[in-house]
Design a protein around this ligand. Structure first.
Ligand code: ATP
Ligand code: MG
Length: 254
């Protein structure tokens, strides 16, 4: 039975997609059966993997709004242990269209139930908002990975996220946990990076992953080639950081 992990933070540009895509591939190369669900209308996870498939087969919109099963919406990749559910532009309207659906927060959870046995880990890349798409992800997940960028205002909005997590635990999914807090775009030359880590460490203690993702240009170049960093430059700091994070995640969730 798969563990479902959502990469979430309503703050934009903190490294959710980069982390989801690179962890998904690192899991797949270690032969963990992995499904990556792109739940963001921006479709960055889908394009970030586009070198690994010919064309997409259905989308997460079809599952959430048309009632299609996952089986009809899974895109196989060139890695036998990695499947993708793509996102398309239609998903922009989903936040509004979901409002009128019964049990609207449970659509993703319901659909995932039927395919949980086919995977070891299911990763959800969330959009930068706390709307119904993210609520669906939190309701469907066992645990959250929360990326935090080593920047000024890194902790801004985190209270709102934690509050939403508590509400979801109380009303929609009592089993939801925080798998870990992930420091991204860490720059060891900057005092600021160290300060932000200290602040987050003081607050989250052992929830903080020991692996920090360093600022690494290979991580930002790889998506334009439609591939994760491990396939673009396997020796890059970025690729190595994500392999080490993946080991930590496996220790925490299995
Ligand atoms: N460790 C890193 N080093 C250098 N660049 C990075 C790193 N992580 C992410 N980036 C770049 O920063 C930008 C934002 O990252 P990403 O798209 O992963 O964030 P996000 O949280 O998914 O954004 P959004 O909220 O828009 O979905 C991208 O251009 C990405 O390539
Ligand atoms: Mg993203």
């Amino acid at each position: 039975m798969a563990t479902v992990l959502a990469f979430t933070n309503q703050k934009g540009g903190v490294g959710k997609t980069t982390s989801a895509v690179n962890v998904a591939l690192s899991l797949a190369v270690t032969e963990v059966r992995t499904l990556l669900i792109d739940l963001d209308p921006q479709s960055n996870a889908t394009t970030g993997l586009s070198d690994l498939f010919e064309k997409t087969n259905g989308s997460i919109y079809d599952i959430l709004l048309k009632g299609d099963g996952f089986k009809d919406a899974i895109t196989k990749t060139s890695f036998s242990h990695l499947d993708l559910v793509a996102s398309t532009n239609d998903l922009v309207g989903a936040e509004i269209e979901l409002v009128s659906i019964m049990a609207r927060e449970y659509q993703l959870q319901k659909a995932i139930k039927k395919i949980r046995k086919d995977y070891d880990i299911i990763i959800i890349d969330c959009p930068p908002s706390l709307g119904l798409l993210t609520l669906n992800a939190l309701t469907a997940s066992d645990a959250l990975v929360i990326p935090i960028q080593c920047e000024y205002y890194a902790l801004e909005g985190l209270g709102q996220l934690l509050n939403t997590v508590r509400l979801v635990q109380r009303h929609l999914n009592k089993n939801l946990e925080i798998a870990g807090i992930l420091m991204t775009m860490y720059d060891s030359r900057l005092n600021l990076s160290k300060q932000v880590v200290e602040e987050v460490d003081g607050f989250f203690k052992d929830k903080l992953f020991k692996t920090y993702i360093h600022r690494n240009v290979r991580l930002s170049e790889a998506p334009s080639f439609g591939k994760p960093a491990l396939l673009y430059d396997a020796n890059s700091t970025g690729a190595r950081n994500y392999m080490s994070l993946t080991e930590e995640i496996l220790q925490r969730v299995s």
